[in-house]
Design a protein. Structure first.
Length: 128
């Protein structure tokens, strides 16, 4: 029996999904077209989070594109950007909080989100 390997933290993923959703709503309220791209990257990352490797392999074999890894890298980088931007949006809306106090926590959280996204990308590449 093959043991299931854990590649990323589920709690960190859910937190990054929440921040990405905040950015999605902010873009939608600003009437920006980029909310569609953010939404697509959220959907792909949610599919990566929910399904196991065998199901992912079945789903992603239906897409016959020779440059799939490049698209996946782009989508996951958009997801990282939207997560960090959503965190920044929420932190800058806190009253009486100076921006220079939140730069280091945003950078540290961005690195943690990057680790989660690298784990998701590794799961995606292993399923191809």
């Amino acid at each position: 029996m093959k043991s299931k390997e854990k590649r990323f933290s589920g709690q960190t993923y859910i937190l990054s999904l929440f921040f990405s959703f905040v950015h999605l709503i902010d873009l939608y309220l600003l009437n920006s077209i980029f909310w569609i791209i953010i939404g697509f990257s959220m959907i792909l990352s949610f599919v990566l989070f929910i399904f196991d490797d065998i199901s992912l392999a079945k789903v992603f074999r239906l897409i016959d594109i020779s440059y799939k890894p490049h698209i996946y890298i782009l989508v996951l980088l958009v997801y990282l950007y939207s997560s960090v931007t959503g965190l920044t949006i929420l932190l800058t809306r806190i009253p009486h909080l100076q921006i220079n106090y939140i730069v280091i926590p945003i950078l540290v959280t961005g690195v943690i989100f990057l680790g989660t996204i690298v784990g998701m990308f590794q799961k995606l590449i292993d399923s191809i």
